[in-house]
Write a protein that binds this ligand. Structure first.
Ligand code: SAM
Ligand code: DTB
Ligand code: SF4
Length: 338
């Protein structure tokens, strides 16, 4: 039977090998159940990775990795209470507030990213959502970055009706808006916006014909079931996102989640594999947390189907590996930039 992604349910399950997930999935042949995804996460590690790598090779260049560079166009002072975030005004994290950057500053950074080899430039702002004057400023920036021949991505928070269309008009290729975690666990992490607000923004983005970049964070203290719940939400979006960033919590002093027991990195790799199996055509991004991750774990993430990274020595406010060390890792693993 055809799913919303154009794949049969058998292909979605990737059950060519062990069949894990298929029984629970019978509840609905069109949607991934949480139980089906949890049984993927429960597989012996090698079986899970084999399944993910097999699907990965069917849909992607097995050794190609897409490079996106991030910039924070407006930093800190955010009204929201996301418990992981160093930019929330209510936590004392030492992040310095920075008013919105000028078009010239952003274009100069985009040019540098392009020269370093990034193909996509992702602009983030610490807002609950943009005001109309912010949209006007951002559309000028987006058009200018687009003119450099780069793909453009923005993550500006909740979009009101009509705002996505304005961003599209300016040349925006991708909008990043994460579901962050499973609906059942969400209330432990964020109280100033509802899960439904996020789904509504994703709908705005889809209707404006902008590619959807949507993922989440692991290591927030969630259970494996909650990780399965996040992946189920993402995989059941119709269609599923073109780009799926999986972030490993960067613990920042001053945020409520600082001091959360570290999640076993193999759980992170498993989550990447589940994203690859359930969203086979998507670009799965090994996102925040690489600076804290041994190279061997990153290599396992690529084996599990990650094929995109943030490239450049800074994420939004925290560190990312130096470009030289990423290039050296690519050399060691025989990876190439897409
Ligand atoms: N303010 C906008 C919003 O929340 O939609 C856009 C920027 S926000 C920083 C983008 C995403 O970054 C969050 O949804 C979250 O998934 C991720 N993120 C933020 N802080 C993080 C951290 N400390 N570790 C890992 N991921 C983080
Ligand atoms: C995403 O999923 N991860 C990026 C991007 N989208 C905007 C952000 C990671 C932020 C990590 C913490 C920081 O540097 O402030
Ligand atoms: Fe604000 Fe975004 Fe950080 Fe939440 S994740 S506090 S909305 S900048």
């Amino acid at each position: 039977m055809e799913s919303g992604t154009g794949l049969t349910s058998e292909q979605q399950c990737g059950c060519a090998c062990s069949g894990a997930g298929s029984a629970a999935q019978q509840e609905s042949s069109l949607r991934w159940s949480i139980a089906a995804i949890e049984s993927l996460l429960d597989l012996p590690f090698a079986d899970l990775i084999f399944q993910a790598q097999t699907l990965h090779r069917q849909y992607h260049d097995a050794n190609g990795v897409q490079l996106s560079t991030l910039i924070s166009v407006k930093t800190g002072g955010c009204s929201e209470d996301c418990a992981y975030c160093p930019q929330a005004a209510r936590y004392h994290t030492g992040v310095e507030n920075q008013a919105i950057l000028s078009r010239e500053e952003v274009v100069a950074a985009a040019l540098q990213a392009k020269e370093s080899g990034a193909t996509r430039f992702c602009m983030g702002a610490a807002w609950r959502g943009p005001k109309q004057r912010d949209i006007e400023h951002m559309t000028g920036i987006i058009s200018a970055v687009k003119e450099l021949g780069m793909e453009t991505c923005a993550t500006l928070g909740i979009l009101k009706p009509g705002q996505a269309a304005q961003l599209k008009q300016a040349g925006l290729d991708y909008y990043n808006h994460n579901l962050d975690t499973a609906p059942e666990f969400y209330g432990e992490i964020i109280t100033t916006r509802e899960y439904q607000d996020r789904l509504d923004t994703l709908e705005e983005v889809r209707s404006a014909n902008i590619n959807v970049c949507c993922g989440g964070i692991v290591g927030l203290g969630e259970s494996r079931t909650a990780r399965a719940g996040l992946i189920a939400q993402l995989a059941n979006l119709d269609p599923y996102p073109e780009s799926v960033p999986i972030n490993y919590l960067v613990q920042v002093e001053g945020t409520p989640l600082h001091g959360t027991p570290e999640l076993d990195p193999f759980e992170f790799v498993r989550t990447i594999a589940a994203a690859r199996i359930t969203m086979p055509k998507a670009m799965v991004r090994l996102s925040a947390g690489r600076r804290q991750m041994p190279e061997a774990i990153q290599a396992l993430c690529f084996l599990a189907g990650a094929n995109s990274i943030f490239y450049g020595d800074k994420l939004l406010t925290t560190g990312n590996p130096e470009t030289e060390s990423d290039l050296a890792l690519f050399e060691k693993l025989g990876l190439h930039a897409l």
